[in-house]
Design a protein around this ligand. Structure first.
Ligand SMILES: [Mn+2]
Length: 329
């Protein structure tokens, strides 16, 4: 089935006169890398695909090729000539549905992802929950369809795999991540370029915000969870953009001697929650808190709450989930 879907997606994109590639609402190395790798192939097929991004591509991804194909113009969805729209790493159906509202024709909707919470909203769905990254799904797409992987496409796909596995450190890292990465390095992707750009080059102000969050680390009593928070003021007073903190919870989960941790960030209308676990299941907690994700890495949202209120609400949900789990096992 997997190979069959890869072929169908290949045939659809190859036949498309006006394909549109879409990155997730929160641009990250995985959705962007996957879309740009496909863009690289389609360019070589003589097409000029557009890559839709909700917000401008963050500075840290400037090393990627083909960024001139990206657009933040929602008008691209109103083009009557669109005949294929491919979503990469977009697990939330509402996000896709909202973007698709102005589409006039009936393009084929392609949905490539690795989040188990993905509802398979496309006409063609390649959702592989055991894949370490959507970029790894796309790596197999290239191999399955005998598409040559250019140096540029290899760099894009390796970026996706590095991003989602936090450079092979987090719980989502598996043999497939290493296998794909080895092959992509053979195709010319430079591993050190990706690591430096994505993982290491932190600005001093961003590290100061990390410092503030490290100082606030505390346990949620009786749950085994460790929590911290980042305020709007942390970002504003240091002149740090939200995107510079993207991997903070991944790094923290590697450093802190606790099974599960949560980072709360003040956001519009409430607290955004990023959770990581070694042996638990944060996807369950995320589902209760209007979020989603993977068993070991998930996110949620607690509306109109202060730090203290959000922490109380999180504790309630964690305890309820732990109780449920005990009664099941
Ligand atoms: Mn991903």
């Amino acid at each position: 089935m997997e190979a069959f879907v890869h072929q169908r997606i290949h045939d659809t994109l190859k036949a498309a006169k006006k394909p549109l590639l879409v990155c997730d609402a929160r641009i990250d190395g995985d959705s962007l890398g996957s879309a740009l790798a496909v863009a690289d192939w389609l360019m070589k097929e003589g097409k000029r695909p557009q890559v839709f991004v909700v917000t401008p591509v963050p500075e840290s991804y400037r090393f990627l090729p083909l960024l001139h194909l990206t657009t933040t113009d929602r008008g691209v969805f109103a083009d009557p000539e669109l005949d294929a729209i491919a979503f990469f790493d977009c697990s939330r159906e509402e996000f896709a549905a909202d973007l698709l509202k102005p589409v006039p024709g009936r393009p084929v909707i392609i949905n490539v992802d690795h989040h188990d919470t993905n509802t398979r909203y496309g006409d063609l769905n390649q959702v592989l929950a055991d894949a370490p990254a959507t970029a790894e799904v796309m790596y197999r797409f290239f191999r399955e369809n005998d598409i040559p992987v250019s140096r540029e496409a290899a760099l894009c796909l390796l970026t996706g795999i590095y991003f989602d596995t936090t450079a092979f450190l987090n719980g989502g890292t598996n043999d497939r991540a290493f296998q794909a990465a080895a092959d992509l390095v053979r195709c010319g992707a430079k591993s050190s370029d990706v690591i430096r750009a994505l993982m290491l080059n932190r600005s001093l102000p961003a590290l100061r915000v990390w410092g503030a969050a490290l100082e606030r680390l505390r346990e949620i009593p009786g749950t085994g969870w460790v929590i911290t928070h980042i305020t709007r003021d942390d970002l504003a007073s240091n002149g740090v953009r939200d995107e510079e903190l993207q991997e903070f919870s991944d790094f923290l989960s590697l450093m802190v001697d606790a099974d599960t941790l949560a980072v709360m960030r003040e956001a519009d209308g409430g607290m955004r929650l990023s959770m990581r676990t070694q042996s638990g299941d944060v996807a369950r907690v995320a589902r209760v808190l209007s979020g989603g994700g993977h068993v070991k890495a998930a996110g949620g949202f607690i509306p109109s709450a202060s730090v203290e209120e959000a922490e109380i609400r999180l504790k309630e949900v964690v305890e309820a989930c732990q109780k449920q789990r005990k009664s099941v096992s």
